[in-house]
Design a protein around this ligand. Sequence first.
Ligand SMILES: Cc1cc2nc3c(=O)[nH]c(=O)nc-3n(C[C@H](O)[C@H](O)[C@H](O)COP(=O)(O)O)c2cc1C
Length: 323
Amino acid sequence: MPLSTRLTEYFGVKHPIISAPMALASGGVLAAAVSRAGGLGLIGGGYGDVHWLNEQFEAAGNQSVGCGFITWSLRKNPSLLDDVLSRRPKCLFLSFDDPEPFASLSHAQGIPVICQIQTVKDAARAIEVGAEVIVAQGSEAGGHGEKRSTFTLVPEVADLIAAKSADTILCAAGGVADGRGIAAALMLGADGVVVGSRFWASAEALVHPRMHQAAIAADGDDTVRSRVMDIVRAIEWPERFTARVLRNSFIDKWHGNEANLHTHIADEARRWRQAWTDGDVTVANTFVGEAVGLIHTIQPVQEIIEQLTNEAERIIRDHAKGI
Ligand SMILES: Cc1cc2nc3c(=O)[nH]c(=O)nc-3n(C[C@H](O)[C@H](O)[C@H](O)COP(=O)(O)O)c2cc1C
């Protein structure tokens, strides 16, 4: 029996799983595969390239998918939102900055809004702007995020929702890569999960094969939160956010030594960009979360969703029987 929750009912999907809108990695093929397998698939709008986004919506074909944006970056190029909303995505996912005015613009078109937050204060703001879904993202997560852990942030936001806005749906993000993670998230008060790293490690993700291999060889101790990658890419992330990546010799050299990195930036940026293109994981960073230690194979999305949901359903069934 599939797990039915407020999330599955609201979006009319089979499983309480949303795929994270991962910049560069979550294209239309991945998003469509997730929706086809019974989850809610999202295209990662990332830093906002209109041609890339158009290609990805085409690649998703007639599957219903949503789209996510890095909110502070969308603010620099707000017309992108009109393009995306005109495609009638299943939802708009906003993360990393105040959701307005984008939440209101989306609501005006009848498109539900998912706000990913990293603090209780931002969860309160998401309630204020009428987000249909709040995603509480813990620091275990791959990619950008902040400091709170999933295990305490999710129940704290669940309490806030219960007190202030009982109809708001809650998802957990950060560290969910198997059925145990889904079951735990539901026990903490979530209605579903946002899964990034596990779908990043799928056959459909837009990821260099060497990065996939590096992730398979790594365990959860091998990741670190850093801003070194944003410095070399010249992406001006707000100070509060860092990104979780696999450690490598580049990180070991520059993490904690950022001031010095600025003095070598031209050469180091060139070296990093070339390594990204080549899939040289000793220099370019593999963006993935602590859950990397739970990921041992690159599989098609359909198989991943079957495994995650079968395991979660079994755990919850056995738990109910007191086994
Ligand atoms: C490679 C990668 C890229 C990501 N890019 C984005 C992004 O562009 N926008 C966003 O809101 N979240 C992004 N995230 C974070 C996810 O939304 C989500 O919070 C996270 O993946 C959940 O944790 P997990 O990786 O342990 O599943 C990214 C995550 C990964 C792994």
